[in-house]
Write a protein that binds this ligand. Structure first.
Ligand SMILES: [Zn+2]
Ligand SMILES: [Zn+2]
Length: 157
């Protein structure tokens, strides 16, 4: 990953890079963060390319969970192109796994706690069921969720 990192630093001087807790992109600081300790070198390269995808696409904010899922897909698309340029091909299954995590998460958040119908998001924090009018709140979503979120969001009716 060090090689790729130094190439990216050279080729994209407008983007900063800094060690951090996890892989993430901060649009406010125009900085890609990467963890100190890497568990899997191959996946680290893919994650770095993914964050670079967010950076180069200028991702900042999003208005809904659905839009967030679209941004994640766009970042992977960009990452795959970028990877080709630097001689790293990203496993398509890995990309699908990551996007599935988001789709599962979206599905879970958008399912009505009362009647389980998939509903529309009203704003960043609220969903409303068009079937039974139940409203429920969700916490603000984050870019790049690398794990499966299993706990249910709290319902509010
Ligand atoms: Zn409902
Ligand atoms: Zn991402």
């Amino acid at each position: 990953m060090e090689k790729l990192l130094s190439n990216l630093q050279k080729d994209f001087p407008q983007v900063s890079f800094a060690a951090g807790e996890t892989f993430s992109w901060s649009s406010r600081k125009q900085t890609v963060h990467y963890p100190h300790k890497l568990e899997d070198a191959t996946k680290a390269v893919w994650s770095l390319l993914h964050e670079m995808g967010h950076a180069l696409l200028g991702h900042t904010t999003y208005q809904s969970d659905f839009e967030l899922v679209k941004l994640e897909a766009a970042a992977w698309d960009k990452a795959a192109h970028l990877g080709k340029k630097y001689g790293h091909s990203i496993d398509v299954d890995h990309i699908q796994d990551c996007l599935d995590t988001y789709r599962d998460w979206l599905h879970q958040r958008s399912a009505c706690p009362k009647c389980t119908i998939t509903s529309l998001q009203r704003d960043m924090h609220t969903y409303c069921c068009y079937n039974c009018n139940t409203q429920w709140r969700v916490s603000r979503s984050k870019l790049c969720r690398p794990y499966r979120l299993l706990q249910k969001e709290t319902a509010l009716s």
